[in-house]
Each structure stands twice: as C-alpha cells, then as structure tokens.
Design a protein around this ligand. Structure first.
Ligand code: AHQ
Length: 238
C-alpha cells in the first residue's frame, strides 16, 4: 500500500476533476452569467444543501462509534442550525435561503425546488443513497471533495461583489462561513481515511469514491448549464 503521504497526494491530485473547472462555474465566476442563470444555480444548489444533513444523518445511522458520531453531528448542526436558531446559529440552509433572496429568488420557488433539474435531483439523491448504503467510513471519504472547497468559496467572495453588484453582499455569508467548516470537516474525513484505508485495495476504493463524488458535483453543473441556456425563453427564466 502507499504511504499516507502518497495516498493523500493522490486524493488531492483529483482536484483536476473538481467542479471549479466546469465551464458553468468558470462562467459564473467570470461574471458571464445572466441574473436568471445565477438564480438557477442558487435554486439547484439549494437541493444539494438541504440534502447534506440528510446525508450526514445517514452516515451517523451507520456509525457504531460514539466518538465519531460526536464529531460528525457537528456537520448536521452547521447546516440545520442549533440553540435558538438565530443569526449564525440559524445554520447553512438558512444562510443559503438568504442567498436565494439576495439573488432575487421567490422563497416559494426556492423551497419548493420547482427549478431543480432532473439531473441535479438524480445526482443529489445518488449521494444521499450512497451514504445510506455504504459503510460510514466510505460515506465519510465521499465528503473529501471539500478538500478543494475553500478555493471555490474564496473565488466567489472575491469575484461576485464586483461582477454581480446587484446581489446584496450579505447574501454571500454562506460562502464565508463555509471555509473554516470545510477545513475542519476535511481534517476529520482524512483522519477516517487514514484509519480505514489499511490496504492498497481500500486506498484504491477511496480514490474511486472520491471520483464518484466529483462526478456528482460535475454532473449537477452539466444539468444546470443544460437547463438554463443563455437564450432561454424569457417566460421560463427563474
Ligand atoms: O456548501 C457545501 C457543503 O456544505 C458541503 C458538505 C460536503 C459534503 O458533505 O459532501 N461538501 C460540500 C460542498 C459544499 N459546497 C460546494 C460548493 O462548490 O459550493 C462544494 C461541496 C464539496 O466540495 O463537496
């Protein structure tokens, strides 16, 4: 088997397949998208966001180790909120709903998922079902796409205020909040990978799982790009 350093560098080498390199994401961060396409991206990604805590609950339900569950439950609280659910304690789903308002989405359209494309729904549901059906360690490894997330959030925070001045900057709070949380979660995910990948075949399995999750993120953008073309009829635009 590879040393952990070699194994981790192979995991990180998968960055080339991360959706930061997808044409739709590049156009989004170059300011080339029209407001309705930004709204479409926010509405479709909302389906991913609201399913993350369900995915994390599936991981927890398969995990028989209390110490691991005590760490993993933080992810659910980050998204669903905790305490009085006010302000920062409202959670990431609430912050994404604020992003929806900031880009001009009708909250009813956001929460009803009426703009979600079939390909996005299938990809997200595949992720939740993967977490339900696989061992908690394999599901934990699938979250390691977040190794690459701090950069994509930082790109948005740097570019959007300039490129999309019509978006209330307060709406970008989710991206800012996510950077330290992603870093914490990746530390845990790599720790799980280090302890579970005790053979070469498990190391190879971990790489296959990461590629599966990278494909999920990539295919979501394929579906969004396809569903909301530049020349979409006005009446159909979000
Ligand atoms: O906002 C994101 C988030 O909460 C998560 C949880 C994590 C997981 O458990 O799979 N992955 C993830 C991601 C989020 N944002 C994506 C983005 O591009 O804004 C990136 C995505 C990821 O890299 O997996």
């Amino acid at each position: 088997m590879w040393t952990f350093e070699e194994f981790e560098s192979r995991l990180r080498a998968c960055e080339s397949r991360y959706h930061i390199h997808h044409r739709f994401n590049q156009r989004l961060n170059l300011g080339e998208l029209q407001p309705f396409q930004v709204r479409a991206w926010v509405a479709n990604r909302f389906y991913y966001q609201v399913n993350i805590p369900r995915k994390d609950a599936a991981v927890m339900s398969n995990c028989d180790d209390r110490a691991e569950r005590r760490r993993w439950i933080l992810r659910m609280l980050d998204h669903d909120g905790h305490g009085d659910f006010e302000g920062d304690a409202a959670g990431g789903i609430e912050a994404w709903a604020r992003l929806g308002e900031a880009v001009g989405l009708d909250p009813a359209d956001l929460w009803s998922h009426r703009h979600v494309q079939p390909g996005v729904r299938f990809a997200v549901d595949a992720y939740v079902n993967f977490a339900r059906q696989q061992s908690w360690q394999e599901a934990a490894i699938s979250s390691l796409t977040e190794m690459f997330a701090p950069k994509i959030h930082a790109d948005r925070l740097a570019a959007w205020p300039v490129l999309y001045p019509w978006i209330d900057i307060e709406g970008l709070a989710y991206f800012r909040s996510r950077i330290p949380l992603a870093t914490r979660d990746v530390e845990h995910g790599l720790d799980v990978a280090r302890r579970w990948c005790t053979t070469r075949s498990r190391q190879e399995r971990a790489l296959a799982i990461l590629r599966f999750k990278l494909d999920i993120l990539w295919s979501m953008l394929d579906a969004i790009e396809r569903g909301f073309p530049d020349d979409m009829p006005l009446a159909q635009r979000p």
